[in-house]
Design a protein around this ligand. Structure first.
Ligand code: PLP
Length: 387
């Protein structure tokens, strides 16, 4: 059976060009970049090339890129790092109710440590209202953390407006751009961010490596203390192969993401149209246009999302019913609940995320299989239509 992968928001396969770039850094070029000798200098050069490649995609300075283990570490470093650095100035943090758990759980932890956290609500379409951000700011506010695009429903947040508000009030602004880095254009200067999280495995790079953009001069206490790598901002021996992979993935994205985005949007729209035509009682979650090019998140009435997922998996189709991190849990997604969906509808949700290896044939197969699956499940379900 040919398997179809439609879960690119969970992770992406390695681009073969990234694999080729990484290959020498496991054995041939294995030196520690902190070593003075030629083995070290060789890998130091590779790390610094990757830093330029990542910075280039963000329109940042290479010295503003700090390599680490990925999105979760970046989010934690930004929030805890700024929180502890500025705690004498204020203890108020603003975030949203639909952040990834890497931000949400971190903010909950900060609240348990005496910080005051505002979790802003979102509208029915999953967008944070910049005027709510403005209203929530007070004299103790030290940090605003609002994600660039949501990993479950794909909504793009008005981060330029939020960034402008933060700048005007001289408050630091962090955005989790794990789902947008390498997929849509980001200019850190235009969106006025001070900190930005990214991860390699969402952009055809390896897992376990990412980076935090830290604008020059941003006060931050590091999460890891040790050998002082990354100019003391993140100690631990560099994951050279991973960093080279992230750099290569960024370079490829810089050249190809515009065209890739157009292709994926075309396929995504085709898939959504077919689903909406072939299956009734389907609602699109999130904003219809202000969303990531590759994301479809739908609630299918009268069926359980988990049942659809399992049936699709038996047919070789990989999708998701929310974020991968919370799958396996029967709790409805916090994102869908924040949109105001009932727990039943939230549980009947399905996320299909496309990528650069998705083709038209796969789109047709998924739409047709889903239609058959839903009508079968509805006929069995005591809550099925007409039951
Ligand atoms: N933030 C968002 C929006 C994500 O989608 C993810 C991954 O699912 C993360 C953070 C965590 O990134 P990582 O898996 O690199 O720790």
């Amino acid at each position: 059976m040919k398997r179809i992968y439609m879960d690119y928001a969970a992770t992406t396969p390695l681009d073969p060009r990234v694999r080729k770039a990484i290959d020498p850094y496991f054995d041939k070029a294995f030196g520690n970049p902190s070593s003075i000798h030629s083995f070290g200098q060789e890998t130091l050069t590779a790390v610094e090339t990757a830093r330029k490649q990542v910075a280039g995609l963000l329109h940042a300075e290479p010295s503003e890129i700090v390599f680490n283990s990925g999105g979760t570490e970046s989010d934690n470093t930004a929030i805890k790092g700024v929180g502890y650095a500025l705690k004498d100035k204020g203890t108020h943090i603003i975030t949203s109710a639909i952040e990834h758990h890497a931000v949400l759980r971190c903010c909950e932890f900060m609240a348990s440590q005496g910080f005051d956290v505002t979790f802003l609500p979102v509208g029915r379409e999953g967008i944070v209202d910049p005027s709510d951000v403005k209203k929530a700011i007070h004299k103790d506010t030290i940090l605003i953390s609002i994600m660039h695009a949501n990993n479950e429903i794909g909504t793009l947040q008005p981060i330029s407006e939020i960034g402008a508000i933060a700048k005007e009030k001289s408050i630091l602004f962090h955005t989790d751009a794990v789902q947008t880095f390498g997929h849509i254009e980001i200019d850190v200067n235009r969106i006025h961010v001070d900190l930005l999280s990214l991860s390699a495995h969402k952009v055809y790079g390896p897992k376990g490596v990412g980076a935090l953009y830290i604008k020059k001069g941003t006060p931050l206490i590091p999460l890891l203390h040790g050998g002082g790598q990354e100019e003391g901002r993140r100690s631990s021996t560099h994951n050279v192969a991973g960093i080279v992979g992230l750099g290569k993935a960024a370079e490829i994205a810089r050249m190809e993401m515009a065209e890739e985005g157009e292709n994926i949007t075309f396929l995504r729209d085709k898939l959504l149209k077919q689903i909406e035509q072939q299956i009734d009682d389907v609602d699109l979650n999130g904003h219809r246009t202000q969303r990531l090019p590759n994301n479809i998140n739908i609630s299918i009435k009268h069926v359980e999302g988990e049942a659809i997922l399992m049936s699709l998996d038996l047919e070789g189709i990989a999708a998701s019913s929310g974020s991968a991190c919370s799958s396996g849990s029967t709790e409805p997604s916090h994102v869908l609940m924040a949109l105001g969906l009932s727990p039943e509808l939230a549980r009947g949700s399905l996320r299909l995320t496309l990528g650069k290896y998705t083709d038209e044939k796969e789109v047709e197969t998924v739409a047709d299989t889903l239609q058959k699956m839903v009508s079968h499940l509805r006929s069995l379900s005591p809550f099925g239509k007409g039951a």
